[in-house]
Each structure stands twice: as C-alpha cells, then as structure tokens.
Design a protein around this ligand. Structure first.
Ligand SMILES: [Zn+2]
Length: 135
C-alpha cells in the first residue's frame, strides 16, 4: 500500500485507507493507521508534523507514533511508502507526549506571562479541534 496525498478543505468524516488528507486551513492531516487497525490519526500540521505531496504520494515527517490505540505503531511515510520503526514503550510514549505539549507552550511565545502563553497555546489547539469536529 502506498499513501496518496490529498489536499482537502476539511478532513472527511470517513477516511479511506492509504490516503493522507491535509487541510491547510485547519492545519491538520488525517489518515488511517498503516497497520490496518482502523485507528484514525490526526496530525497538527505544521505544529507537530510536516506533510508534503511527492508526485501524488504523501511524505510525513517526523515519524508517526500511535500512542492512543492498542497497536502502538511507529513509522515514517516517505513518498507513500511506510517504513516501520520500533514501537514505543508506554514510558517512551508518555515522555514524547509531554515533550510535545511543552513545545506547544514554548512556541506560542507572543503573550507575556507563562500563564498567558500556556493558555494561548491550549486555546488555539482547542479552537482547531473544535473547528475540526464541529463539522
Ligand atoms: Zn494501528
């Protein structure tokens, strides 16, 4: 299976296997897990991941770690091809999640205080998800 790249206005409710959906407006990408488990993966683009169109196939960086589904898959997608990486342990997964949240807080650097910064980052993430799910 090769992942196709598809630029969309909104991530559709029903995803097809082997398609990476990317919406620039909502800064999200959506795909079904490469292991075939049916888990729906949502990526924050460009906050957490970069997605490119390579001749109609999708490239995603960095790797995708599936922490919130039983498969715990870990892989990168390059020009549509899936390259499997070693699965994360629960402890590693928790560390990576924590680091990502910390990075989000750091990146939202405009407001003055740490508290404002943190709430700004969380609020902007929340707005994205609300906009995404309230279709
Ligand atoms: Zn999976």
């Amino acid at each position: 299976m090769k992942y196709r790249y598809l630029l969309v206005d909104r991530i559709p409710r029903h995803l097809e296997e082997g398609v990476v959906y990317h919406t620039e407006e909502f800064e999200l990408a959506g795909l079904l897990c490469a292991c075939g488990c049916g888990h729906r993966i949502t990526l924050l683009v460009p906050d957490s991941h970069q997605v490119w169109d390579e001749g109609g196939h999708a490239t995603i960086r960095p790797s995708i770690g599936v922490f919130d589904a039983p498969c715990k898959s870990h892989y990168v997608i390059s020009a549509g091809d899936v390259q499997w990486l070693r699965a994360f342990s629960d402890a590693q997964a928790a560390n990576i999640m924590r680091a990502q949240i910390a990075r989000h807080i750091e990146m939202d650097a405009k407001p003055v205080t740490w508290r404002q910064r943190a709430s700004g980052a969380v609020a902007s993430l929340f707005r994205k998800f609300l906009a995404f799910f309230s279709k």
